[in-house]
Design a protein around this ligand. Structure first.
Ligand code: DOR
Ligand code: ZN
Length: 346
């Protein structure tokens, strides 16, 4: 089987670049495979303000070079109102990210009272600014495997009812319920899916020893959930797109008593996505190559109302070896499926 096809250079609609030496390492990995990325604001000093986003944007472009486009995001708080009042469509900030308080890495400043941010959402609906949602309730009494389902019922439905025209990206969806919600929604609701949630269910992480490099939030779910995500990709709604949620943490912070949530995938993201999609799509068929092209390269730009990259990338069958590790100063970063080989090459 000798398959090769071209797609416009993809968009990663959800990535964590961090800062300092980590940023220096990971930005080139993303820029190699993606023409554009939506950059998350949950730094240890979160990006609350337009000015902070501008300086963070400059740090990224200094490393990536000019061919790469970084769409910056603001970290949603009730105070975002003052920032968005100054916002114009030309700004490097292209979206606002909502973290439920305590749901994940650096989410202490996240939302604990949904109604307190309604004035922000009102402005966003009027100014046509997308809301990116980490969709989990963060109540510690709720089972970690049920937190996304509960969010769909309790939070998401409320926002959509109250702000029917607000453009929303349900980030890194992981469950049958979230997939059904997105499928049944209108044109203003999109979703990203990570490679890990398309590749595996929780068995890979917990079924035979604990594998911390598969641990992320929202946590991997059941086989039926993974199947529903793959189904959603295959059904080609036009509103579902690649968002790796590549989230680097050092080896010491992953392999310890209380390991951080986050999977590092940016170094081989497109090959990982192709491997996952190949489990349900025969890529000898041109029509199926079209599904991959739309998921990786076209649906994201369409949702963000920007043009698709003019640069083309060839995807072919062939071996890609995922590196065992990367050096980050004196620390080490372990990618997902470190040392394994994949059957796709770019
Ligand atoms: O696993 C995750 N890691 N999920 C998130 O939502 C945040 C991310 C991070 O920043 O480490
Ligand atoms: Zn994320």
């Amino acid at each position: 089987m000798n398959i090769a096809f071209q797609i416009p250079k993809p968009m990663d609609a959800h990535v964590h670049f961090r800062e300092g030496k980590m940023l220096d390492l990971v930005v080139p990995h993303t820029a190699r495979q993606f023409s554009r990325a939506v950059v998350m604001p949950n730094l240890s000093d979160p990006i609350f303000k337009l000015k902070q986003a501008e300086s963070y944007h400059q740090q990224i472009i200094d490393v990536s070079g000019d061919g790469f486009e970084a769409f910056m995001t603001l970290y949603l708080t009730p105070d975002s109102v003052s920032q968005l009042a100054m916002w114009t469509p030309q700004h490097v900030v292209k979206a606002v990210k909502m973290y439920p308080k305590g749901a994940t890495t650096n989410s202490d400043a996240g939302v604990s009272d949904l109604e307190a941010v309604f004035p922000v959402l009102e402005i966003m609906e009027v100014k046509n600014i997308p809301l990116l949602i980490h969709g989990e309730v963060s109540d510690e009494g709720v089972d970690v495997f049920d937190r996304e389902r509960r969010w769909v019922d309790e939070g998401l439905e409320q926002i959509v009812k109250r702000f029917p025209k607000l453009r929303i990206v349900c980030e890194h969806i992981t469950t049958q319920e979230a997939a059904a919600f997105v499928r049944e929604s209108g044109e203003n609701i999109g979703a990203t899916i990570t490679p890990q949630h398309l590749l595996h269910d929780r068995n890979v992480m917990l079924g035979n020893g604990i594998k911390p490099h598969w641990y992320c939030k929202p946590i991997l779910k059941r086989k039926e959930d993974r199947d529903a995500l793959l189904d959603l990709v295959v059904s080609d709604t036009g509103r579902v797109f690649a968002g790796t949620d590549s989230a680097p943490h050092t080896k010491n912070n992953k392999e310890c008593d209380c390991g951080c949530a986050g999977v590092y995938s940016a170094c081989s993201a497109v090959e990982l996505y192709m491997t996952a999609m190949e489990s349900v799509l025969d890529f000898e068929k041109e029509s199926n190559q079209g599904i991959a092209r739309r998921f990786l390269s076209e649906n994201g730009p369409k949702f963000y109302q920007v043009s698709v990259s003019e640069e083309m990338m060839t995807i072919r069958k062939g071996e890609t070896l995922i590196p065992n590790s990367f050096e980050v100063g004196k620390e080490v970063l372990i990618p997902i499926m470190a040392g394994e080989s994949l059957g796709w090459k770019i």
